[in-house]
Design a protein around this ligand. Structure first.
Ligand SMILES: Cc1ncc(COP(=O)(O)O)c(C=O)c1O
Length: 422
């Protein structure tokens, strides 16, 4: 939001509305919203969990079903480029993450890719027996680290990222952090942390789930070794979209990935009895990829065409700033506290609000068409997908939140039921 559009504490709702409209009219990436199918009457603040559907996806799916699968059948592996999909979609992803050609491979889930990356990272540092992870990171990151530790006989140390300096030593084989914290939205310094890990002689593995497609990531420039991330959040690839793995070119030779499926073989159709990894990024393949989902992700990524990541970041910061300012100025009286870092360089593309009855409030908002999510025990998470979210959407969402809190609407009994998925 430009400085003249910034809401002031005393601003009336019409004044806030006018300011938001000005910000939207001057938004250089406003055109990208047309590339999405957004339901009427819904303000979607959960693109950090499941991205909205890009308008290009249904046609791509229809073609994949009727022509590619229905008519062309197995010839599609050659004729329709199915075989090349993991690397070609990987290249689309890499271009959004500051990765030069041939270093990103699309496939499987983030959990699988984490297992691949952590195991390979530890194997690359024989004689070192400690794996460092973030004790507050997403559960799968911790569970996978523990399992890799058991398999390879490593000690897993859980720390907070700001304790890294003291934790690194000659025993550290690898460090695995999320660039953006899934709960608070805190953004770490990817370059500085990677450099510190390298100074200790260890391997850096980044989980980019909450960063990819939302903010600038410079994998090559930061000299990252390995990174993973998902396709269904800010990449908008759809439910269960395949994930990705980045393997830096200089790290690939000798890389010993644990899941040696036949697609990663240097010559898969030679059908040899012994595994020989491909020399290229293809070695990160495992088995037959989820072709339909990958075609959906391939189409979804075209929503980024012509959008500069710098402009995306500016808009994301303006929107998260708008949420923070509204919460500070108007919601503190309802015990709403901003848990996301206020410093822009420490903030991802979401805002976590800590408040009483966060579950109930989240559900009351969903009933009004404002979809964010709840993270136990007391966080309301508002995800900001800058490709399709407008300043007026954020304003309306915050006003809905204020109205819910002022009226106590969230205290109705139906909002206390905890659904299976929050
Ligand atoms: C940081 C992080 N890593 C991993 C995952 C999920 O992994 P998977 O795609 O295997 O379910 C999530 C899901 O929200 C996440 O936030």
């Amino acid at each position: 939001m430009s400085s003249e559009a910034r809401p002031v504490p005393s601003a009336s709702r019409p004044a806030l509305r006018a300011a938001a409209e000005v910000a939207d009219q001057t938004d250089p990436i406003a055109f990208a919203r047309q590339r999405f199918t957004l339901p009427a009457g819904v303000i979607y603040l959960d693109g950090n969990s499941l991205g909205a559907m890009p308008a290009a996806v249904p046609a791509a799916m229809a073609d994949a079903l009727a022509r590619q699968w229905g008519a062309d059948l197995i010839t599609s592996w050659n004729g329709n480029g199915w075989w090349q999909l993991p690397a070609s979609v990987g290249a689309q992803i890499g271009a959004l993450l500051g990765a030069g050609a041939g270093q990103v491979l699309c496939g499987d889930s983030t959990s699988v890719q984490l297992f691949q990356a952590l195991t390979a990272a530890a194997r690359a540092r024989p004689g070192r027996d400690v794996l460092i992870t973030d004790g507050s990171s997403f559960p799968t990151d911790q569970y996978i680290a523990d399992s890799v530790g058991r398999l390879l006989g490593l000690e897993v140390r859980r720390i907070e990222p700001d304790q890294l300096g003291a934790a690194l030593d000659e025993r550290t084989a690898a460090v695995s952090f999320s660039l953006v914290d899934y709960r608070t939205g805190e953004l770490l310094d990817g370059e500085a942390i990677t450099a510190a890990v390298h100074r200790a002689g260890a391997v850096m593995v980044w989980d980019l789930c909450h960063a990819a497609g939302a903010l600038p990531v410079a994998l090559d420039a930061w000299q990252v070794d390995l990174a993973v991330g998902c396709g269904y959040k800010y990449f908008n690839g759809g439910p269960g979209a395949p994930a990705f793995i980045y393997v830096a070119e200089g790290f690939r030779a000798g890389l010993d990935l644990p899941l040696t499926g036949w697609h990663g073989h240097q010559s898969p159709f030679a059908l040899e009895q012994r595994y020989q990894p491909a020399a290229t990024i293809e070695r990160a393949r495992i088995g037959t990829p989820p072709v339909l989902s990958m075609l959906a992700l391939q189409a979804a990524l075209t929503a980024f065409d012509g959008v500069s990541i710098a402009a995306l970041r500016r808009k994301s910061l303006a929107l998260t700033e708008q949420i923070i300012a509204y919460a500070d100025e108007r919601l503190a009286r309802y015990d709403v506290r901003v848990r996301t870092p206020r410093a822009p360089e420490r903030r991802g593309s979401q805002v976590a609000l800590q408040l009483p009855h966060a579950l109930e409030v989240s559900q009351a908002l969903i009933a009004r068409g404002v979809i964010g999510d709840f993270r136990a025990p007391d966080l309301l998470r508002l995800g900001v997908a800058p490709l399709y979210l407008r300043h007026v959407d954020v304003l309306e969402a915050m006003q809905a939140l204020e109205d819910v809190l002022a009226s106590g609407a969230h205290l109705a009994p139906e909002f206390a039921q905890r659904p299976a998925v929050t």
